[in-house]
Design a protein around this ligand. Sequence first.
Ligand SMILES: Nc1nc2c(ncn2[C@@H]2O[C@H](COP(=O)(O)OP(=O)(O)OP(=O)(O)O)[C@@H](O)[C@H]2O)c(=O)[nH]1
Ligand SMILES: [Mg+2]
Length: 297
Amino acid sequence: MEFHSGFVAVVGKPNVGKSTLINSIIGKKVSIVSPKPQTTRNKIFGIWNTEDTQVVFVDTPGIHKGPTVLDKYMQKSVESATQDVNLLLYVLDGSKPFQKNELNLLSEYCSHSYPVFAVVNKVDLTNYEKLFPELNKLNSIEKLKDVFCISALNSKNLEPLKENIKKYMTDNIEYFSKDEITDKSFGFMAAEAIREKMLWLLSDEVPHGVGIIIDEMQDFENYTQISATIFCEKDGHKNIIVGAQGKMLKEIGKSSRLAIEKFLGRKVNLSLWVKVKPDWRNREGILGNIGYSFDDL
Ligand SMILES: Nc1nc2c(ncn2[C@@H]2O[C@H](COP(=O)(O)OP(=O)(O)OP(=O)(O)O)[C@@H](O)[C@H]2O)c(=O)[nH]1
Ligand SMILES: [Mg+2]
């Protein structure tokens, strides 16, 4: 049997469902998902292995302009994710009219050497009458290879997309071993699980100013001990994260522990601390500690 592999960058505006799509194709959760934009902060590999194919999806932060060092880091990771890929998936939210800047960006990607698919997601939230004029807007985009209408959340219409992705896998290198689903460490996954629960449990402004450091991760006979510090930007945010009688922090701890136990496949004891570090999103010096560094790109 001939083996084929390659890299597929997944890009698009924030919140269109890039991470949901990758999780849904792989059938396991490699990248966190939330209803808030700017959920993904790093370039994350999600590896889809079949009998004869290995597809390395590169999840990316949603494309947006922002003033902080963290924003710049996120945008740089989108740029670096699209270098030397075999294929690029440009994800759009099919439940809303396509924006002009979003279409311009798609055209721009199509001018590169890699083939580009437009993946119109969230079609479960719309109907044919509304979608049709939007799809027409894609007709004028030169060099766009193909268009797929899907629902990543409900795994609807994924088969044609998956089959066509395989066609562009032209390498024959096994980039990762067959049992791997991501390039990220358990520590990174644990920190992301905590951040994801915070995105779901807390109001808009608070989780965007949060960074997680894993201080300790140690396996004992019956469980893994994980200690993590949650950094936030203001005392007021710390009070919200901790909550009355520590109720919110307990809830964050419990729900993230369950998620971490799921991917580690064993019991976890999770200890969480909250610290205020004003303006950490602008302090390049400590970025490495918060789980990302410009050197990674
Ligand atoms: N109804 C519906 N919702 C979806 C679908 N795909 C994703 N979503 C929802 O859209 C929201 C954003 O999904 P994500 O996968 O985090 O989006 P993203 O593009 O990775 O976002 P960023 O990382 O912030 O750029 C979540 O609430 C998902 O549940 C879909 O096919 N249908
Ligand atoms: Mg994402």
